[in-house]
Design a protein. Structure first.
Length: 423
């Protein structure tokens, strides 16, 4: 292990302990990946759901049919397991050849020096086939190539209940009030106008931005104590406590079930959920999140491309095959296949301008939401900001803290956590 790796790992004590264990037993990794044949073996780690995995496997099978000397395996890991596991394995000189995921993992991986700069591995002309939002640069180097844009929140609505989606916060409240009702006369709400996982900071961001706030400046310094944080917190609390159009409590699973069962007319959810709602038989519409009347600003969710990074430990023998595989998976026909089945926004410019994307209602509105959105920062400090936001945000929802005090507390906590992280 390099000295600078040890210094960097000292910021993550648990990881330091684990990487020592992995280093001591690295031979087990190699043993598990040896086979009796002489095929070139490539592994991809990702955190994609089952429907994405099925498409990926079809594409990998086609690649292996073209190149029978190569064996490619995909391995699913939960988001946190993937991130920490890749750090541990890569610092021990091991790990998968390719790691796939959202762009915010680039910062932590770059800090650890465990992913390769890509600008020297792919020619400029080939790279320019793809939307610049899907080429993730950090500290002057290209570290990720994304095949999907988005990972963003939008407003989804059940067309049976909402023929025309709201476009402003005032319309959102009016439509939600109309939909919220006691259907059987027992004095309890049977259908809500809106549901979403509003207890988590990621799902709060669109309302923070709609009221004019953002989480950090261009240097990665937190900017949580702002009027947007206060306005967004108060708006969500009013939806629940004044207008009573959202459930008193709703995590992701509860909101998802309410919408699928017709007990919520609208939901705020990400592009990963659309195909599932359609498969459940819902006639859904996708619309940009509303514009806040008081500020004139659109609610801007975070937009995060998802793509491929290469392990710094890839051998010279494997590197050409890893590059060839990424080229194949980024190809026009493969991105179009994913767009048609998952309604994800491709990064290949030819697919973006093609008939399917241009004529599909869901993808047209997804594109609008992406244009209204803001790029998710890729800096490591983002994790500290999420952790700093959550306690005070949830205290406001619990009624134990005012929004302005919560904004101040978030800022102080974020500064403290970032300082601790960097010491």
């Amino acid at each position: 292990m390099r000295p600078k790796d040890i210094l960097r790992l000292s910021r993550w004590p648990a990881v330091l302990a684990l990487v020592t264990l992995v280093s001591a037993s690295a031979f087990l990794w190699n043993g598990c990946h040896r086979r009796d044949d002489d095929k070139i073996r490539i592994t991809i780690w990702h955190q994609d759901r089952i429907d994405v995995r099925l498409i990926l496997q079809r594409q990998l099978d086609r690649f292996m049919a073209l190149h029978p000397e190569v064996r490619v395996e995909q391995l699913f890991k939960e988001t946190e397991e993937l991130r920490s596991g890749f750090i541990i394995a890569a610092l021990a000189g091991q790990g998968p050849e390719i790691v796939y995921g959202p762009s915010d993992q680039v910062g932590p991986f770059e800090v650890m020096d465990i992913i390769l700069p890509l600008e020297g591995l792919f020619e400029k002309e080939w790279l320019e086939q793809f939307d610049e939002k899907g080429r993730i640069w950090y500290k002057g180097h290209l570290y990720q190539l994304a095949d999907k844009l988005g990972n963003h929140l939008t407003l989804l609505y059940n067309k049976k209940l909402v023929p025309v989606p709201p476009t402003t916060d005032e319309e959102l409240v009016a439509v939600a009030r109309r939909l919220t009702t006691d259907l059987n006369g027992d004095g309890k709400t049977d259908r809500y106008g809106l549901a979403w996982n509003y207890t988590e900071p990621f799902f709060f961001i669109p309302f923070m931005t709609g009221f004019g706030g953002w989480i950090m400046d261009d240097q990665g310094n937190p900017t949580l104590d702002n009027p947007g944080t206060v306005g967004g917190l108060n708006f969500i609390k009013q939806l629940r406590d004044v207008h009573k159009v959202i459930p008193n409590e709703a995590d992701y699973v509860v909101a998802d079930i309410l919408f699928k069962d017709g007990h919520a007319g609208m939901i705020i959810n990400g592009d990963w959920s659309w195909a599932g709602y359609q498969n459940a038989g819902l006639d859904i519409g996708v619309a940009p999140l509303p514009r806040i009347t008081a500020t004139g600003l659109w609610c801007a969710p975070m937009v995060s491309p998802k793509g491929f990074s290469i392990n710094v430990n890839v051998s010279e023998e494997k590197r050409p095959w890893v590059i060839a595989l990424i080229r194949f998976l980024m190809a026009e026909e493969n991105q179009l296949e994913s767009a048609k089945e998952l309604f994800t926004m491709p990064t290949h410019k030819a697919v973006q301008s093609g008939e399917f994307v241009q004529t599909n209602e869901i993808l047209r509105n997804s594109r609008l939401q992406i244009e209204h959105g803001r790029p998710m920062p890729v800096v490591p400090e983002l994790r500290a900001i999420w952790d700093a936001m959550r306690p005070s945000y949830q205290a406001v929802l619990a009624g134990t803290m005012k929004a302005d005090q919560a904004a101040r507390n978030m800022q102080l906590m974020a500064l403290r956590r970032i300082k601790d992280m960097n010491e």
